[in-house]
Design a protein. Structure first.
Length: 180
């Protein structure tokens, strides 16, 4: 049995002012982690909003929305982004492959987050420089055409009966692991 010892002081939740968070202008002017998230045909606006929120939390450079991924402004994105869609830079490409070609021309290393025959577990992944990570459709994953032009695939190890995580959860896990 594990025992937890409490300090004599009383714990309380921090107020918003005590967090010392940046405002939107301060966020936009701040140095970002050189990471771009590419959304390859994400259909859920709630997932897109959650991804914006994680992108804000980890202060990444940009989100690129592709195909059927709806860009802001949209009330359903705002509902889960809680304003992060205003702080995080974003761009839209009709075709995910065009976004990848554009990023590669700027020196980015582009990786799919997908289960493939040649994946690297996230906890073993090592890379530096400007990085981009492609997350695919909630049911079909990253498209084969997109996989073919990524440098490699990264997989988040899982140990249960399901073979996948929610895409917004996957983005949060990946960003935490890469930033730490």
């Amino acid at each position: 049995m594990v025992l937890f010892l409490r300090k004599i002081c009383t714990m309380r939740q921090l107020t918003n002012d005590e967090h010392g968070r940046l405002d939107v202008e301060g966020f936009k002017a701040s140095e970002k982690n050189p990471i771009t998230i590419i959304l390859d045909n994400i259909r859920s606006l709630n997932n897109i909003g959650s991804i914006f929120r994680s992108a804000d939390a980890f202060r990444i450079e940009k989100i690129i929305l592709c195909g059927i991924s709806t860009p802001p402004p949209h009330r359903d994105i705002h509902k889960s982004a809680l304003g992060a869609e205003l702080s995080v830079d974003w761009q839209y490409f009709e075709h995910t492959s065009d976004a990848i070609v554009d990023l590669k021309s700027k020196g980015y290393h582009v990786f799919a987050v997908e289960q493939t025959t040649l994946t690297t577990p996230l906890n073993e992944f090592k890379a530096d420089g400007s990085l981009a990570f492609v997350f695919g459709h909630e049911i079909h994953g990253v498209s084969p055409e997109v996989l073919a032009i990524c440098e490699a695939a990264i997989e988040i190890p899982q140990y249960g009966t399901k073979h996948s995580l929610n895409v917004a959860v996957s983005v949060g896990i990946l960003l935490w692991e890469i930033i730490r």
